[in-house]
Structure formats: C-alpha cells, structure tokens
Write a protein that binds this ligand. Structure first.
Ligand SMILES: Cc1ncc(COP(=O)(O)O)c(C=O)c1O
Length: 368
C-alpha cells in the first residue's frame, strides 16, 4: 500500500496549473481585456483544492496528519468540498461544519463526497462555530483541523501556486500584471497572490473585494446581507492584513449575479457568483489604471453549486450596475506554461529515453 503522502502527490495534476482566460469585452465603446484563472476546473470544482492540497501535503510532512486520521473543518462550502474530495480519496473520515443557509447543492455535493456535515444557523457566529469544531477535535483522537481561516498554509498555497502561475502565464505572452483582484473569504487568495506579485514587481496592486451591501472591510462594521456565497462570511479573517494590500473594491451582489449569468450564458464558462463579482472588480481596478491595463483575477468556482439560487433567476438590473453595460466578445484560454507546469523528474520517469527515441516528442518550433 502506497504511503498517503505519496498518494496525495499523485493527485497533484488534478489541481493547479489552470488555464488563464483572456476575456475580451466592450465597455463604453472601448475594447478591453480581463485575465481570469479558470479555478472552476480544479478537481472538486473550486480554487479551494489548492489550499486543501497544500495544507494536507504540509501536515503529512510535519506529522500532524496521520493516515486515516479524521479531518474536521469549518467552511461555507468550497473548502469543505475540497477537503472531502481529497480526504476521502486518501482514506480520512471528514467532518464539515457548515452554515445552514448556503446553497442546497453545497450540502448535497459534500454528502456525495462522503463527508459528515454539522450545520449551524444564522444565530451562531462563525467564531462560535470555529470554537465548536475545536472542541470536537479535542475530543477526537488524532483529529486534524486545517483551520483555513488562520492557517498560513492557506496563503502559502496561493503564494507558491496561483501567484506564480498568473505571473508566468502573462509573461509568456509578453505581459506584466498591473493589478490583481479577489473577493475575500479567508483572504488567502488575495494575500498569497498579492504577496507573490508584489515581490516580482512592487508596483502591482492587490485589491481585496467585498459585497457593497456588507462593507465589513471598508467600514469595519459587521452589518448587511449579500448573495455572493464564499466571500464575506461576517467575520474579519485573521489572515487578512489590509495594510499590505491596496484599496478595497465593492461590488453589488445583483451586479455580480448578472455578470456571472453573462459569463455563463454568453461565453459558456459555467462559473459561480463570486466569479461575476471578481470580473466586475477587475474592470473597476482597470478603470483606475486605464482601459489597456493588465488586470488579473480568479474565477473561484463553477455554477453547479448555485443551480437553486438567484444565479438561475431573473435579476432586475439597477441604473448603477456595471454588468449590463459590458458586452462580452470572446475568450481565449491561455495555456499552462512550462515554468509552473513541468515536473522534470516526473517527465523523466514517465517518458524514459527509450520511449522518446521510439516516439520522439513533437518538435517545438521555438526550440528545434
Ligand atoms: C466561491 C468562492 N469565492 C471566493 C472565495 C474566497 O477565497 P479566499 O478564502 O481565498 O479569500 C471563496 C472561499 O471559500 C469561495 O468559495
């Protein structure tokens, strides 16, 4: 029987190295482009596969996660789904604490992946639920708590994978990013990608994004509801350091829904509501810098988790909305690039020299 840490590594190619989508559109008569990582193509359908993979890999190395040990996590959905998919694959029982107000699909997907689910209502704060999960872990021998809201492994996963992929995919096309935008759930994406990009070029802006109707980051007030599942859980995530980031961008949830509907129905992308928000946030960041600016974001998950939500209902446009004014033109999927994609040792192992002599790889016109 293979070691669980090795079995995890064998799943690596199901996660990471997503294509970068170059989306062309018209706004006020001008042709513009936004770049978005197709994170909905990861193993369990979201960007959270990256942190589940990174945190489990590190925990195996540190001896904090033993084979068959229970995994317990608090999540509004995607992180739980990611830990359930990877965890069950590797033989771990997985218990997920999740709000009862998230879409039914999230609950059912977790069930399908074989997770045990503990739900909590709006009367319970996220901080209280995190406390309950900690208590269960204390009473469960060998239990492992990934703690996505507090674990630096969350930021590290984006610093070492999402950030470099964005940088190199753009560089491969002669482009340098000028800004990056991501909706804040735990803050892991914007913190990790932001840190990597700022290290490559300090002038690059990293914007956290939040719903306009629940402006916790920009106002510090815990109030307001919104429909962008996965971000702004009514909790200031301890991983988020606003001082290391640039201005907070606000997007209305109705606008995000209309934008996601357009990305799905007009470009066939099949992304969720936070992807609509991120696309609009990227357009707003581009407005600051000029229409030609290179701005990147992430399409965090797919539309399958939102089939029972307002994503599938008619949303009334409002005068101040941006999405109705955006005319989507086309999408080009930019390939994974060798800088972040190639595992030299794996390539050597997979294609021994004898094999390449018999079936030589196609000739690359750039490197004959
Ligand atoms: C759909 C979706 N978008 C965005 C995010 C936010 O990402 P992060 O937790 O890295 O801030 C999440 C987090 O769960 C999510 O599920």
């Amino acid at each position: 029987m293979l070691d669980t840490a090795i079995r995890l590594k064998r799943l690596k190619s199901l996660i990471h190295n997503t294509p970068l989508l170059a989306i062309d559109f018209l706004l006020a008569g001008a042709r513009r482009t936004i770049y978005a990582k197709a994170e909905h193509l990861n193993m369990s359908g979201s960007i959270k596969d990256r942190i589940a993979y990174g945190i489990m890999d590190q925990a195996y190395q540190d001896g904090e996660l033993s084979p068959a040990a229970p995994i317990i996590e608090v999540t509004s959905g995607n992180t739980g789904i990611a830990f359930a998919a990877l965890g069950r694959n590797l033989g771990h029982p997985v218990t997920i604490f999740m709000p009862d107000w998230v879409s039914r699909e999230r609950y059912n997907i977790l069930k399908a992946y074989g997770a045990d689910i503990v739900t909590f209502g709006k009367e319970c704060s996220l901080a209280e639920v995190i406390g309950r999960a900690e208590e269960l872990a204390e009473d469960t021998p060998g239990a492992f708590l990934p703690r996505q809201f507090a674990s630096v492994g969350n930021i590290q996963a984006h610093y070492s994978t999402t950030g470099p992929e964005i940088w190199w995919q753009l560089k491969f096309h002669g482009l340098t990013p000028q800004a990056f935008v991501a909706g804040v759930g735990t803050g892991g994406t914007v913190m990790g990608v932001g840190a990597f990009l700022k290290e490559m070029a300090p002038a690059i802006l990293a914007h956290p994004l939040e719903p306009k109707s629940a402006p916790l980051l920009s106002s510090g007030t815990l109030a307001g509801e919104h429909r962008i599942e996965g971000i702004s859980d009514g909790y200031l995530p301890p991983l988020l350091n606003l001082a290391s980031l640039d201005r907070v961008i606000g997007v209305a949830d109705g606008d995000a829904i209309i934008m996601a509907q357009k990305l799905d129905a007009e470009l066939g992308l099949g992304v969720g509501i936070s992807s609509g928000a991120n696309f609009l946030g990227a357009v707003l960041a581009q407005n600051d810098l000029g229409g030609e600016a290179v701005v990147a974001t992430v399409f965090a998950d797919d539309n399958k988790k939102y089939l029972s939500t307002d994503l599938l209902r008619t949303e009334q446009p409002k005068n101040e909305y941006l999405a109705p004014r955006i005319e989507l033109l086309s999408v080009q999927a930019l390939k994974r690039v060798c800088y972040t994609c190639c595992e030299p040792e794996e390539c050597l192992a997979a294609a021994p020299l004898a094999c390449t002599e018999e079936f030589p790889p196609p000739v690359c016109p750039r490197r004959k």
